[in-house]
Design a protein around this ligand. Structure first.
Ligand code: FNR
Length: 391
């Protein structure tokens, strides 16, 4: 309805315009237990906060009258030409967020011309996600358990057409995530009357959850194996390997013929080790602030890593990337691309596949607008000269 020059809407709630809008929507829609699982960081959450603060330290250089009609956002990552330099990070157990979980994320990534890195701890299996899309997605490996288990996962990923491997190395033990511990998220989630009430007050989430019941680590058993085997495997699953060493990573390198990235690198010397064992790239990451609570901000670590191996390895980063200008800052500091975790999980919580697609569309529009305003023709042209220290 129009009243004078105004358009009157039935509800004041506008469609989400930013990742932050999707975040607020997710918070309203998810039961507290699941919300805390998504949002929390480790210890006093210094690393979680630091990731965001590091972006505020930089301003972007604006150049006028650059005569650019079209900007180019394409990026080459892991041998693939992507439509934008934003990849969906591996996030485990997202079937608890939305029944379609990893399937929805993979489909939305494919539609946007980018990729999902499927978590080892996904709610749909390697095979189910491969069948749901035609893009060749990427696989994240937690090197849990012995070489037989790891080798089996790699063989399944290879058979299903996954092209790139991301080995996560920052979980020798699980970080001290107090939100998760306080609110009972785990496998299986621990239910109390208060938690059941919080879920019950969100009927859309509860209906989806009861339909799909996707808090499961589907990759722990081969397709077709029984629910009982899955249960047993899950009980034994979080069999982390605190003793994992570079020699194990060298073994994994031998097992995987395609591009291999080491995810969870924050130190230049470790980045050099990754290059020495023959990795193709690293992901500068502190696991979204969920592991070492006082880890450095990833944007700060990125500069050190780029200086050490930027000429030899592809360098990706994640942690706190929430808008197009954040992506621009990471690329200007030498990243080949970024991964986002929570942003697409918010979209998933709010509207499933359409929500993830919208979050990616927001990043794309913001990137395009930012490059135009800066007078930069292509995302790959970004460099240190486009940044100024913020006051
Ligand atoms: C993660 N992350 C993660 N990383 C990984 O290698 N394997 C995994 O299974 C998970 N699971 C997971 C679940 C959830 C709910 C979150 C929020 C994160 C870390 C993830 O890949 C990425 O490094 C961070 O999420 C990046 O930070 P932002 O974008 O969330 O700030």
């Amino acid at each position: 309805m129009r009243v004078g020059p105004f358009q009157v809407q039935a509800r004041s709630d506008h469609a989400p315009l930013t990742v932050e809008d999707w975040r607020r929507r997710a918070r309203r829609r998810l039961p507290r237990m699941v919300w805390e699982y998504v949002e929390n960081g480790a210890d006093d959450e210094s690393a979680l906060r630091g990731n965001r603060q590091a972006f505020a330290a930089w301003s972007l250089r604006q150049r006028a009258l650059a005569g650019i009609a079209e900007v180019d956002l394409t990026a080459k990552i892991a041998g693939e030409e992507l439509s934008l330099p934003v990849v969906l990070a591996p996030t485990g157990l997202i079937g608890a967020v939305h029944g379609q979980g990893d399937l929805a994320a993979a489909r939305a990534a494919e539609r946007a011309g980018t990729r999902l890195v499927l978590s080892t701890g996904s709610s749909y299996s390697i095979e189910e996600v491969a069948q749901a899309t035609s893009a060749d997605h990427w696989f994240q490996l937690y090197p849990w358990g012995d070489r037989e288990l790891t080798g089996g996962l790699l063989a399944r990923a290879r058979r299903s057409g996954y092209t790139a491997l991301f080995v996560t190395v920052d979980v020798p033990v699980v970080g001290n995530r107090l939100g998760e511990r306080r609110h009972g998220m785990g496998i299986p989630p621990v239910l109390t009357p208060g938690r059941m009430l919080s879920a019950g007050l969100r009927p859309a989430w509860s209906a989806r959850y009861l339909r799909h019941r996707r808090v499961a680590l589907r990759n722990l058993v081969e397709p077709g194996q029984s629910a009982r085997m899955l249960e047993t495997a899950q009980r034994q699953a979080v069999n982390l390997r605190p003793d994992l060493a570079w020699s194990d990573l060298a073994w994994m390198r031998d097992q995987w013929a395609g591009p291999m990235f080491v995810k969870g690198i924050l130190d230049a010397e470790d980045a050099v080790r990754a290059a020495e064992i023959g990795a193709d790239g690293v992901v500068v990451s502190n696991h979204g602030g969920r592991q070492l609570g006082s880890a450095p901000a990833t944007l700060d670590a990125l500069r050190e890593v780029v200086a050490a191996v930027g000429d030899r390895l592809e360098v990706l980063m994640d942690g706190g990337v929430r808008c197009g200008t954040d992506v621009v800052k990471a690329l200007a500091l030498g990243a080949n691309g970024v991964l986002v975790g929570r942003p697409y999980v918010y979209g998933l919580a709010g509207a499933g596949e359409a929500g993830v697609a919208d979050v990616l569309a927001i990043f794309e529009a913001e990137l395009r607008r930012t490059l135009h305003l800066m007078g930069v023709r292509a995302a790959t042209d970004l460099g240190r000269e486009h940044l100024l220290p913020a006051r």
